[in-house]
Write a protein that binds this ligand. Structure first.
Ligand SMILES: [Mg+2]
Length: 325
């Protein structure tokens, strides 16, 4: 705990944390006319990550990325992170003078935290038979201005940041090659590093979410955590609309299948809608923006999401993200 506190004290922030680790509560300072955005995510070994597949730096990074991505989806700026870990004893002990698993977990966690100026302001640590990491992210957004899932209207266009399916494609490579990958080193280097990066080190779109919120361009937004087919369905449900996805428009990296782009989870890109006449740029803060479809009126006799390929229309069923179950 002392080690975590020492390392957390060095994590930079925007000055929102008035009092961090050490007292009974952390104290966060917000600006007037702001609302607080709070999100929580539980990561469990064997379910959301595998100790034999994921380097500890990646588990730390992904734990925080999940929470940051939810803040990004609302257009919130991160104020602070709170991390609770339940770990088997062997993951907290150093072996042969090398860093322990939890040391490396924190390295991955804190380097992403620094990149998004999100201080680690509290948490808990307990011994547990299986490894679990619970993250709470607190953010702030101007009152009444958060990006919601519920504002899409018929005629709006559907956009996505970055590219889709890269995390699923990376996971497929990881599942086949895990035995050949050297996990004693940070997996940001090595033979499979580039293909694995979208899965091991996904980048939450904080800057893009804040940009969209400030410009007031998005009528609805959420992050792609479960896969496009599932998350677009969430957006349509909350907005009371239907949508059509144009298969040929889907942004995919090489080696990513249509199936992975449609249903692969954990890309942590932003999915948003905007009015037809809105000036949506090709890039936001360096990240490409692609129009992938449009919003339709919801009719009981039609499927809520359709996939258009050339002139062929077919229902697009949501396929939930199964993780490792
Ligand atoms: Mg989300």
């Amino acid at each position: 705990l002392r080690e975590i506190r020492r390392r957390a004290a060095r994590s930079p922030g925007h000055g929102a944390v008035r009092l961090g680790i050490g007292d009974d509560c952390a104290l966060l300072r917000t600006r007037e006319d702001e609302e607080i955005a709070v999100t929580t995510d539980l990561s469990i070994a064997g379910r959301h990550f595998r100790l034999d597949w994921h380097p500890p730096e990646s588990v730390g990074h992904r734990t925080l990325a999940r929470g940051l991505s939810d803040l990004a989806a609302m257009g919130a700026r991160p104020l602070a992170a709170f991390l609770s870990l339940g770990l088997p004893h062997e993951l907290t002990t150093k072996r042969d003078g090398k860093h322990s698993w939890v040391d490396r977990f924190l390295s991955g966690f804190l380097s992403l935290a620094a990149a998004h100026k999100t201080p680690l302001a509290g948490g808990d640590l307990a011994e547990s038979p299986i490894a679990v990491a619970d993250i709470v992210l607190v953010g702030a957004v101007p009152r009444g201005r958060a990006l919601l899932r519920s504002g899409a209207q018929p005629g709006d266009l559907v956009y996505v940041t970055g590219s889709l399916g890269g995390a699923a494609a990376g996971l497929a490579i990881l599942s086949v090659n895990a035995a050949r990958i050297d996990f004693s080193a940070d997996a940001r280097e090595g033979e499979f590093a580039e293909a694995l990066a979208p899965h091991l080190f996904p980048q939450p779109r904080i800057a893009q979410g804040e940009w969209l919120r400030r410009r007031g361009l998005a009528t609805a937004a959420l992050d792609v955590s479960d896969g496009l087919s599932t998350d677009l369905n969430h957006l349509c449900e909350e907005s009371g609309v239907a949508a059509t996805v144009e298969q040929d428009f889907l942004p995919r990296s090489s080696g990513v299948s249509i199936e992975q782009a449609l249903h692969g989870g954990e890309d942590y890109e932003l999915l948003f809608t905007a009015r037809q006449n809105a000036r949506v740029p090709r890039r936001i803060r360096g990240v490409p923006i692609t129009r992938i479809g449009y919003i339709r009126r919801r009719r009981p006799e039609e499927p809520p999401i359709t996939l258009k390929s050339g002139s062929v229309l077919a229902p697009l069923e949501p396929h939930g993200w199964e993780h490792f179950s």
